[in-house]
Ligand binder design. Structure first.
Ligand code: SF4
Length: 218
């Protein structure tokens, strides 16, 4: 099976096997692992990032580095149940120098479509401008779009900054915090009862998740 082969929709396991052997673009020559997914098999909420970094390439799982720790903290603060969310990227192989490769995004698009079809999330949260533009090519600058929910293929889509951006500027971190609070209220509207009832704890008091222990599927 290839990303572009038609026919019946494969099982998740068949898709994993096919994705792990993908050589559809040049990034396949540099990777250690195809970084596919971590999270629940049936996530109600899916975080969509841009591309794996070096730590993700080493581990084979998305968002396990510093940005991933911030994302896991956000997930804990939101009160997302472990069996209710998943995390993936637009591109599944680590680009050398962390330079996002638009051609790889095109080559990887059929896999993204397949993951979306098999995971069938009710809500998508994009992390960073490239993730948003993969779904909404005419979207504007990430800072202008962040925190503004919209609809994508009949489901809520909520753009956020990439968590790595929050390390660069205090203003980005403040935006991230505001968007997270808004996401919580939006998810309460979209999926009543999905989040834990506890309020968002003060900054610094939430536990930082351990990505590998939360991995259910790769
Ligand atoms: S980035 Fe995507 S399309 Fe390119 S080799 Fe990796 S899995 Fe295949």
């Amino acid at each position: 099976m290839s990303a572009t082969t038609g026919g019946d929709t494969p099982s998740w396991e068949e898709a994993l096997e096919a994705m792990q052997g993908c050589a559809a673009c040049g990034l396949s020559r540099h990777r250690k692992n195809v970084v596919i997914y971590r999270g629940a098999r049936r996530p109600r909420l899916l975080f969509l990032g841009e591309a794996p970094g070096a730590q993700e390439d080493e581990s084979g799982f998305p968002f396990v580095g510093k940005a991933g720790q911030l994302l896991d903290r956000a997930i804990a603060e939101l009160g997302l149940p472990a069996d209710g969310y998943g995390i993936t990227n637009v591109v599944m192989c680590h680009p050398p120098g962390n330079v996002f490769d638009p051609k790889a995004a095109v080559a990887c698009r059929p896999w993204l479509e397949l993951k979306l079809a098999l995971l069938a999330p009710e809500v998508i949260v994009t992390l960073g401008g490239r993730a948003l533009r993969a779904l909404e090519p005419t979207s504007g600058r990430p800072l202008a779009e962040a925190g503004r929910p919209r609809s994508w293929r009949g489901r809520p889509l909520y753009p956020m900054l990439h968590p790595a951006a929050t390390f660069r500027r205090r203003a980005f971190r403040d935006q991230w915090d505001r968007d997270l609070e808004r996401l919580r209220s939006m998810v309460d509207q979209w999926m009543p009862g999905f989040l834990s009832c506890s309020p968002i704890p003060p900054r610094g008091s939430a536990p930082v998740g351990s990505p590998p222990s939360s991995v259910a599927f790769k």
